[in-house]
Design a protein around this ligand. Structure first.
Ligand SMILES: Nc1nc2c(ncn2[C@@H]2O[C@H](COP(=O)(O)OP(=O)(O)OP(=O)(O)O)[C@@H](O)[C@H]2O)c(=O)[nH]1
Ligand SMILES: [Mg+2]
Length: 236
């Protein structure tokens, strides 16, 4: 019997977070939903707990830092980990499609693609679509893998995740996982997923110029850093 855990990084998401947790639990797939409250100054933690999540706090900001804190707090039984954002933009009803190939043993890492799925108007801007495609192209050249997005909605076998040595503390986290998964030769699958506008609250990244630049810079730095690293398995 496989045990699925969901990790949701959340910073000041008191409006959408209860709905996100509820939608995850409604799929009846996860055994636990962990919300990592990343230093919120609103009632994100309280709302998440009321909706049925286990809430842990990571006071220091950073998307990757929040995801890592979630990984460290996984229950011992967990063997498949699902990640998604806390703003209601990812669609948890795709969770089974992400998790099933891992449980079936055919894949280790299954990632959603918003650019191949149906997007609510305004849910992704041009920079996000373009950067996902460009990253996909570069990773295809580097590792011969096919990605068309850096979608936060994804599932990974826990043992595989723990072998990757994830360390990115910023918005580079999602790309780091994709690169390291491809480099390590994990069996990767990308499936189309739908995407919505955030379900309330404020955008911290794509909706602001500063957020877009900061996240963009982190993503480029991550790409360069990991591309320049020697693969731990290369033997050279
Ligand atoms: N900016 C930021 N977001 C964090 C942090 N920790 C967790 N998050 C969460 O990261 C997710 C992505 O942030 P969003 O503000 O939705 O960024 P976005 O998806 O580019 O912007 P929207 O278009 O508004 O959805 C949300 O669930 C945030 O709550 C952090 O330290 N900083
Ligand atoms: Mg968002």
């Amino acid at each position: 019997m496989n045990s699925v855990s969901v990790i949701i990084p959340a910073l000041n998401e008191e409006e959408p977070i209860g709905g996100v947790v509820g939608e995850c639990l409604a799929t009846k797939t996860p055994r636990e939903v962990i919300v990592v409250d990343n230093g919120s100054d609103d009632r994100t933690g309280e709302r998440a707990r009321a909706a049925g999540a286990r809430v842990i706090s990571e006071a220091r900001r950073g998307y990757g830092r929040a995801c890592l804190a979630g990984v460290f707090s996984l229950s011992p039984e967990c063997d498949v980990v699902v990640f998604l954002d806390g703003d209601g933009s990812d669609c948890p009803e795709f969770m089974n499609q992400l998790v099933d190939p891992i449980i079936a043993g055919t894949h280790d890492f299954v990632i959603g693609s918003r650019t191949r799925g149906q997007r609510e108007r305004g849910s992704m801007n041009l920079q996000q679509i373009f950067s996902g495609r460009i990253a996909g192209l570069i990773l295809r050249l580097l590792y011969d893998v096919r990605y068309t997005d850096m979608c936060p909605l994804r599932a990974i076998r826990r043992s595989a995740l723990e072998s990757l040595g994830m360390c990115e503390q910023t918005y580079g986290w999602n790309l780091e996982m994709q690169m390291k998964a491809a480099r390590a030769g994990l069996r990767v699958l990308e499936i189309p997923v739908n995407h919505r506008r955030r379900a309330g609250g404020e955008s911290k990244v794509s909706g602001t110029l500063r957020g877009t630049f900061v996240a963009g810079a982190r993503i480029v730095t991550t790409l360069l850093r990991i591309a320049a690293e020697k693969s731990p398995n290369s033997g050279s």
